[in-house]
Design a protein around this ligand. Structure first.
Ligand SMILES: Nc1ncnc2c1ncn2[C@@H]1O[C@H](COP(=O)(O)OP(=O)(O)OP(=O)(O)O)[C@@H](O)[C@H]1O
Length: 308
């Protein structure tokens, strides 16, 4: 896939604080890549460097062959950015803000089309401060799109939105991606990353600690595991029997059931061993690792805390 964004070994300090220690990532055309990590991990600093708003101390950024520091004018044309809690003047109206931003670009998007795309038709003449949180968020995405960017950078896109607002915003970002725009987004939310991102880069303390598709991250190094409840009156010794199977690596009790880990043949092996003895499980399910589990493993914190 053609890389649109290439970031190599970024480093950025603010006085004694190392905000970004060593971050490398690439984003291909038409991908949605999520930057995920706990508070203070260096996510915002990273995307601000990518967008050319902050110079790095070391490392390289290229956006379609342009360095944001050496070629800021080209990068401004290529990248649209929606920053965390972007504020506009309280009384500026939706359409007015879009027309103002459009005037900064030689070949802006059609403002009326953007208003329709973002579902803001009824709000054209509404002042920024009178919009709901979701509408403000949609306007800030529209402003990021008004220069017809090839890349959009979205920071904490759905923070503060209700579930419906979040779903609508996700659908919107998917439409933007489907129109060929490459999306780099910062998020705290696992479900957002799972739902929306083609790939995820997990950052902790200024470093990339994991990277891949959600499926790759949740599959990596994870032993498949099962939860099994034996029927009432099952013959004694079944637990030891299961433990002795070559496909099984561990059996532990779990609230009256058993949690069984093993290789990728663990499920058929367990079912066959029980079947040979005429035992039908009262309950059997496979357990999969979630992105949240991966996040806890690699960063040692959980996202609820991270988002607090
Ligand atoms: N302009 C600045 N001056 C001083 N320190 C800064 C500045 N910007 C960021 N930092 C520090 O750099 C570190 C990384 O901040 P950054 O905002 O990139 O993290 P983040 O992962 O986006 O966090 P959050 O999820 O809380 O927004 C933090 O310790 C932060 O306090």
């Amino acid at each position: 896939m053609e890389p649109v964004i290439t970031v190599q070994h970024l480093r950025k300090t603010f006085g004694a604080t190392v905000a970004v220690q060593d971050v490398s990532l690439t984003v291909g055309r038409g991908e949605i890549v999520g930057v995920l990590g706990p508070n203070g991990a260096g996510k915002t600093t990273t995307v601000e460097i990518v967008a050319g708003l902050t110079p790095p101390d070391a490392g390289r950024v290229e956006i379609l062959g342009h360095d944001p520091q050496r070629d800021p004018a080209a990068v401004r044309q290529l990248v649209g950015i929606q920053l965390q809690e972007s504020r506009l003047p309280a009384r500026i109206r939706v359409e007015e803000a879009l027309r103002l931003y459009a005037s900064f670009y030689p070949d802006p998007a059609d403002v009326d089309e953007l208003i329709t795309l973002l579902g803001l038709e009824d709000k054209r003449r509404t002042a920024f401060d009178d919009l709901s949180g979701g509408q403000q968020q949609r306007l800030s995405i529209a402003l990021a799109l008004v220069g017809r960017p090839q890349v959009v950078v979205l920071d904490e896109l759905t923070t503060g939105l209700d579930p419906r607002g979040r779903r609508e915003t996700w659908a919107l970002v998917e439409r933007v991606r489907d129109s060929g725009v490459t999306v780099l987004l910062v998020t705290h939310f696992m479900d957002e990353a799972e739902h929306l991102c083609d790939r995820v880069v997990v950052i902790d303390s200024g470093r990339v600690v994991a990277e891949g598709t959600t499926a790759e991250l949740t599959a990596a190094d994870a032993e498949p595991s099962l939860r099994l409840r034996l029927p009432v009156g099952a013959p004694a010794g079944l637990e030891d029997l299961l433990r002795s199977l070559p496909e099984v690596s561990a059996v532990v009790g779990d609230d009256g059931a058993l949690r069984i880990r093993g290789d990728r043949r663990v499920l058929p092996a367990v079912v066959a061993a029980l079947d040979e003895r005429g035992v039908v499980p009262a309950e059997l399910s496979t357990l999969t690792r979630s992105l949240e589990d991966v996040f806890v493993d690699v960063t040692g914190s959980n996202l609820e805390e991270a988002a607090a």
